[in-house]
Structures are given as C-alpha cells and as structure tokens.
Design a protein around this ligand. Structure first.
Ligand SMILES: NC(=O)c1ccc[n+]([C@@H]2O[C@H](COP(=O)([O-])OP(=O)(O)OC[C@H]3O[C@@H](n4cnc5c(N)ncnc54)[C@H](OP(=O)(O)O)[C@@H]3O)[C@@H](O)[C@H]2O)c1
Length: 343
C-alpha cells in the first residue's frame, strides 16, 4: 500500500502532495468524451461512463477547457449534477482557442467545425479569465485541482503560479497543479507557490519520467497523476493490426500506432495474459494496476468512452499484483518501450 493511501481496494484514497485533496488511485480522464481528437463523442455514453465510474468507487474526474473547447467540461457538469459532493473535480487552463495571445500557434477545429488557432497561454490575466469560464461550464463554486496544461515559454512561470495562488486565496480553487512540466519548470513553479501535483504521461511503454521527474517529485512531496496509462487503448489489447480509426481520431497518425508497434505490444501482452487470468482481471486492468503501484505514482488518469469501459477500469483497484508479477510485466515491456522511444 502506498504510504499516503487510506484504505485498500475500491475505496482507496491518496493525498495529492501536501494539499488536502484526496483522490482515488484511478481517476476518470475526460479527454476522449469531449470528442476532440478522438473522432467525436456520444454525450449519453459519456454521461453513463462518468456515472459508472463514480458508482464503482472513482472519486476524481480530470478534464480541461481545451477538451472539445469546453465540451468535456460541460458534459462533466451534466454528469455530476446532484453529485458534486461525491466528486473531486480537476481541470486545466493554459491552452486557449479563443485568444490571439500566446505561443506555439496550432491550427485546429472546434467540435462544431469552426477553424481556430490553439495557443499556449499561461499569462496571469488569461488564467483568471479561464478559471471563471471553467467554473461556469462546470457549474461549480470551486475547482478542486486547477492545473496549467503545458508550459508557456512566453510567460515567466512565477507569474503564472502567483495567479494560481491568487485564485486559491480567493477560494475559487483548492489546489494547484501543473502538467507536462520538466524538472527545471517544476523547480521554478514550486518555489513560487504551493504546487500540489504534476500530470505527466506514464505507462508500461512511456517511462521517461522514471529517470528524473518521478524521483524529484518523490523528494519534494509532489503528487503525480499520470496520463494515458493504457497508451490510448494499446495496452488493453484491443488495437490489432487491422483496426482502422475514424476520421478525427488522432490515433490514426500517432507514432505508437504503426502496425509494427501494435504487433510489438500485442506480443508482450501475451506475457501479461496468464498473470491477468490468475487474478480474474483483464489486460487493461493489469496495465492500470501496474501503473498505480509504481513508487511515487499517486493516481492514473484513465479515459473511457462508455459505462462498460469505465466500470471495468475502476475494477483495476480490486486486486493486487505481487512485486514479482510487476517485475515480470515490466521486463516483458522493456524492449517494447525501448523500440517505441518511450524510455
Ligand atoms: N495533460 C495532458 O497533456 C494529457 C494528455 C493526454 C491525456 N490526459 C488525461 O489523461 C486521460 C487518459 O488518457 P488517454 O485518454 O489519452 O489515454 P488512455 O486512458 O490510455 O486510453 C483511453 C482509451 O483507451 C480505450 N479504453 C479505455 N478503457 C478500455 C478498456 N477497458 N478496454 C478497452 N479499451 C479501453 C478507449 O478508447 P477506444 O475504446 O476508442 O479504443 C479510451 O478512450 C485523459 O482523458 C486526460 O484526462 C492529459
């Protein structure tokens, strides 16, 4: 059991850094349900997925303003109507589609087909504006974890964190998080204010954070909530060489989804299969369970498109892999991670 974990199994909660925010080790990731970059959404399925997740013991939902340009936050608000007190709400700012200011212009489309340019923008006035917008879309008085989505090289990080601190003092957010920051950015951010958590990518395949970031976060008591633990479905074993992704689904062009890589993953999953069967679990549940039991990991953000996937993913909390099984699984994916550029 992690040292900051209160109970085992489906009711487990872990403290996010030094904050008062307690999250479930499996968090519902609400990117795919916003439709943007995932080939569209079905709102009823999305709401059912969130309900199934909460019913199965998940207490935290992670969304972002940019997920569907507001659509994901609005779906989350509908899903938690009347259940706000059961949910820890995490969202993100700093990716603007409706402002001329910011860096890294990225031509894009809103879910209803409008042409927009997405820019990274963590300027203090933008953070304050975005917080108000997210509070409205989420239909809440307070955001439990407000995270800066990506580093904005045009804004001194101290200024961004001071703006986040101001929101915390105003009672509009409970904890501050950052995402996709490296150690240098984290050092500056944590010197400027009470940052509770980092949100980086991590999975059996994508392990770069093990080198510097994870040890740094452990040493500095920062919560680490990792994204894409299923590697966008690959580790669930449901992406065979023949699967075709619909238009608008970013996986069609993602470097991890070449036929060679799909076959590499499927072959390594054959080592995982008997371990999964022994626990009465699926490959997806084993991949999630492995992730949330790595040292320094507070929680894994798992995306799900429907109720079946959502309750299934929450079931990853219901069993425990042995240390030996975790080592066997890691070893099976060592060459896969290296070949795919994840190490
Ligand atoms: N901060 C950031 O920059 C950032 C970046 C990426 C993600 N995130 C966060 O992390 C969350 C999770 O990441 P992710 O959505 O990229 O990847 P993920 O959780 O690794 O994969 C989710 C996808 O896997 C498939 N899947 C899920 N459960 C399954 C199951 N039980 N069986 C079979 N397939 C299953 C679904 O796609 P199909 O059914 O369509 O195959 C689902 O959309 C996001 O929702 C978001 O909150 C943050």
């Amino acid at each position: 059991m992690a040292e900051n974990e209160t109970v085992k199994g489906l009711a487990a909660r872990r403290r996010l850094g030094a904050s008062g925010v307690m999250v479930s080790p499996v968090i519902f990731g609400a990117w795919a349900i916003g439709g943007w970059m995932w080939g569209g959404t079905d709102v009823q399925d999305a709401i059912a997925a969130i309900h199934a997740s909460i019913d199965a013991g998940v207490n935290t939902i992670d969304t972002a303003a940019i997920y569907g340009m507001g659509a994901s936050e609005e779906i989350v608000a509908k899903a938690i109507e009347g259940r706000r007190d059961q949910v820890v709400l995490a969202t993100k700012c700093g990716m603007r589609w409706n402002s001329e200011e910011g860096t890294d212009p990225w031509p894009n489309k809103t879910p209803d087909g409008q042409q927009v340019v997405v820019r990274k923008n963590s300027r203090p006035e933008s953070i304050a504006y975005e917080c108000e917008q997210s509070l409205k879309r989420l239909k809440t008085d307070v955001i439990d974890l407000f995270q800066i989505h990506w580093p904005d090289v045009s804004t001194p990080v101290q200024e961004s964190i001071h703006a986040m601190e101001k929101l915390r003092q105003q009672g509009k957010i409970r904890a501050i998080g950052v995402s996709n920051y490296d150690v240098m950015w984290l050092e500056a951010a944590t010197n400027a204010g009470a940052v509770a958590s980092l949100q980086p990518p991590y999975s059996l395949i994508t392990r770069k954070i093990e080198k510097d970031l994870l040890p740094w976060c452990r040493d500095h008591n920062l919560g680490v909530i990792v994204y894409s633990p299923l590697e966008r479905g690959l580790l669930a074993g449901t992406v065979g060489p023949e699967r075709v992704f619909p238009e608008g689904d970013h996986r069609a062009k993602h470097k991890y989804f070449t036929v060679d890589n799909r076959n590499r993953v499927l072959s390594a999953l054959e080592t995982v299969r008997p371990i999964a069967e022994k626990h009465g679990a699926s490959l997806a549940q084993v991949a999630i369970n492995w992730t949330i039991h790595q040292p320094g990991i507070t929680a894994a953000l798992v995306g799900a498109r429907n109720a079946e996937q959502a309750s299934h993913n929450a079931g990853a909390l219901a069993f425990a892999l042995t240390a030996e099984e975790r080592a066997v699984i890691r070893a099976a994916f060592d060459p896969v991670s290296a070949a795919m550029g994840g190490t």
